[in-house]
Each structure stands twice: as C-alpha cells, then as structure tokens.
Design a protein around this ligand. Structure first.
Ligand SMILES: [Fe+2]
Length: 150
C-alpha cells in the first residue's frame, strides 16, 4: 500500500490526468472547429493553459511517481520504461509550446500555417497525451492495485 506522501502524489497525479484529458478534449473541439467555427475564447484559454498545465503535471510525476516506480519495479525494463515516459514528457512539452504559439498567432491573425496543418498538429498532440496517460495509469494500477499485490 502506498505511504501517505505517495498516496497524496498519486491523488494529485489522478487529478492532473483528469485536467489533461479535459485539455485534450478542448484541443479536439478546436481541431474539429477548424477552419470556420473556431471558438476564440476557447482558443485563448487553451493557449494560456496548455504549457503550465502540462509542465506542472509532468513535474509532479517526475518528482513523485517515477522515482517510486523505479524503486518498486527495480528492473532494467522499468528503468527503460521510465526513460521512455520522460522522453514523451519532453516531446509533449515542446509540442505544447508550439501549439501555444500557433494558437496565439491564429488569434492575432498572423498564423502562417494552413488550417490542415494546425489541425494535424493539435490531433497529433492530444493523441500522444491520451496514450501517455493511459500508459501511466496502467503502470500505476499494476503496481498499486491492492487486489493484484496483496
Ligand atoms: Fe506523464
């Protein structure tokens, strides 16, 4: 059973995952609305929220979850898995920064990318984030489900 500090961390991670999945849904709504029905308020909100939300969620995972997973699993495979997840964090963070800049440029009417390209960028991002969250949830469940390990 996780200790109190870890339990708090896992609770925060669960909340963060929920917030990120909401962000993914907002990005999907934006992608679906291109090019003629874009909700500018939603666009502005997502542009402002995407980087801080993702960075904060990733920092909690890297400070709390990943060291714990490494210690508990303690295998070469788990070390490789954590490195892969960290690599996805870096990739997602740079994707989030690019999306924030692109949405800000769209709002200012100075985006040089086609709407197809913007849609592709948004879909690529939220699909990766959804897949990443699914992987982390599987890892957490496999290590901390009391029914599996009691
Ligand atoms: Fe993550």
């Amino acid at each position: 059973m996780p200790d109190t500090r870890l339990a708090d961390g896992l609770h925060t991670i669960e909340k963060n995952h929920g917030a990120l999945l909401t962000l993914c849904q907002r990005l999907e709504d934006l992608a679906d609305s291109l090019p003629f029905s874009v909700d500018e308020a939603l666009c502005r909100e997502v542009a402002a929220d995407i980087v801080p939300l993702l960075s904060q969620a990733q920092a909690v995972e890297e400070d709390t979850l990943y060291p714990e997973l490494t210690a508990r699993a303690g295998s070469c495979f788990s070390a490789l898995m954590i490195e892969r997840l960290k690599g996805e964090h870096r990739c997602d963070r740079s994707g989030a920064e690019e999306i924030a800049l692109t949405l800000q440029a769209m709002l200012a009417g100075r985006c040089r990318l086609s709407f197809e390209t913007v849609g592709y960028m948004l879909r690529g991002f939220f699909e990766c984030v959804r897949r990443h969250i699914a992987s982390e949830r599987e890892l957490i469940n496999s290590l901390y489900q009391p029914t599996l390990h009691s």
